[in-house]
Write a protein of this length. Sequence first.
Length: 147
Amino acid sequence: MEFILCIVIVLVICICAGVSVHYIIAGAVLLAAVLAVLYTLFFLYSFYRVLTSKKCSAEFVKIDKHPKMRFSTAFYRIDNKEYPNAFPCEVIMRKKLYKNNSACNVRLNEKTGSVYDKNALATCFLGVAFSAIVMAVLLVVVRAFFA
């Protein structure tokens, strides 16, 4: 909420200062393009972490709060040790995606102490694809504004 309020205040100050609407829109599109680039880099980094992780057989244990983050995630048991998933768990269809005491294949990243399940892999793949498309569209729009 505070973020939106700050944006509104900056917009009001820009309009009061006489900044052209064209420049305000161009700045908003440029900001969106920068955020899309950052999202793309995040998902590429996550995809790299998945690819460099070790494939393991695991057992789904529970859904609980991530020990280092503020979101709920799935926990898997590998060799009698529990590891949290690196991504938040899905809210929709949770009972169908996560079945108690079910065996599955995950990728274990020992450096971070987290795993990547099939849902995290799909999130990485779709995140890279979607954010790259959004980034490309926004960069075309930015070029149109600054041409």
